[in-house]
Design a protein. Structure first.
Lengths: 209, 151
């Protein structure tokens, strides 16, 4: 364990004497320096300094990110069905265009609950649209699913949300009825073109051995 | 009173007619049939998977307005699965299948955690939910695929 000794405890020896002499010489100067700091550090000066430090970085960029819509699928839902909630976000900054991407923290809620069922971060450039998806096990009753922008951040200039009124949107109400659904569901058909078969890339999960 | 055979025939007649009426409807193909190859390896806690597919009006993946979605649930045993899952999606509402420009399919894994509780790992949080529920590592995964609708 390291220990630090006071000058009094090491007052013997040449080196110690030299150190004490040096301390005596700088003491008046040190006292003046401390008193100068005391004068400068009045409460109002401290507040002013902090404001200046806060304003020092480049000015905030004006950003407008909107939750355009919240969709729920399927719409005919029974208790314990897993429904998919899709929120569409769009970045609609006022001009001039700002190319710096903004990270958007999105939260999805059921009705007016304060605990989100999902929290995700998406990155948006000006004019971009992105969808955020999550799933929810339905509970009985009439529900609205809600998406809300909980925060904005960027690497360089702090984003400032210029229109907070469009930061939240709700789905159309869905009514969750008792009972159970079959394992697969599709809405009623409304055909306008030839049926198409699409083979996708592979989905996979590999666990550690 | 009619003999039992004739009575049975009378009862079956409406049923036969109903089945005939339903037959053409069930034989209609969906607007979009997605064939999604799925491989699961060494994920013993997974009891079933759900494959969702959706079609959108936007050219970019899952952009624009949603035209229709559907899902298929497949049971999984012994921690592995290899096969092609078919998901049939129809246009619903006011938008038609012609307006579809992009699709997306995604995987949700459902299972039991080490404590016995049920979990559901969706694309947004697949790794974190799986690993915290099972205490094991998910070494790799691909939980969603998307692309343009072939014209």
């Amino acid at each position: 364990m390291r220990s630090f000794e006071s000058p009094a405890a090491t007052s013997r020896g040449c080196a110690t004497q030299a150190r004490l002499a040096f301390a005596d010489r700088i003491a008046p100067c040190y006292a003046n320096f401390v008193s100068a700091i005391k004068v400068a550090l009045t409460p109002s000066a401290v507040v002013l300094a902090l404001v200046c430090v806060g304003a020092a970085p480049a000015r905030a960029q004006n950003v407008d990110v909107a939750v355009e819509m919240v969709q729920v699928t399927p719409t005919a839902v029974k208790v314990n069905d897993i429904v998919t909630i899709i929120a569409t976000l769009r970045r609609l900054d006022p001009r001039p265009a700002n190319t710096q991407p903004v990270d958007v923290l999105v939260q999805l809620f059921v009705d007016d609950a304060t605990t989100p069922i999902s929290t995700q971060t998406v990155t948006l450039r000006q004019g971009e649209t992105v969808t955020v998806r999550t799933q929810w096990k339905a509970t009985e009753g009439k529900h609205e699913l809600r998406a809300k922008i909980a925060g904005l951040s960027a690497r360089r200039r702090t984003p400032r949300d210029v229109r907070p009124s469009n930061d939240e949107a709700r789905s159309a109400p869905i009514v969750v009825t008792p009972g159970s659904s079959p394992s697969s569901s599709s809405p009623a058909p409304s055909r306008a073109s030839e049926p198409r078969t699409i083979t996708t890339d592979e989905l996979s999960m590999v666990g550690a051995r | 009173m009619a003999p039992p055979k004739r009575r049975a025939r009378r009862r079956l007649a409406p049923l036969s007619l109903a089945l005939l009426a339903l037959a053409p409807a069930s034989a209609l193909a969906a607007d979009f049939t997605f064939r999604v190859p799925v491989t699961l390896t060494n994920v013993p806690s997974v009891t079933s998977i759900r494959i969702d597919c959706g079609v959108w009006t936007g050219v970019a993946s899952a952009a624009g307005t949603i035209i229709g979605t559907a899902f298929t649930i497949v049971p999984v045993s012994d921690g592995s699965y290899s096969g092609v899952v078919t998901v049939e999606v129809d246009a619903s509402g006011t938008l038609t299948a012609d307006q579809a420009r992009s699709y997306s399919c995604w995987l949700t894994a459902m299972g039991r955690s080490s404590t016995g509780a049920e979990y559901g790992a969706s694309p947004a949080d697949m790794q974190s939910v799986y690993e915290s529920a099972t205490g094991t590592t998910l070494t790799s995964f691909r939980s969603s695929v998307s692309g343009p609708i072939p014209r």
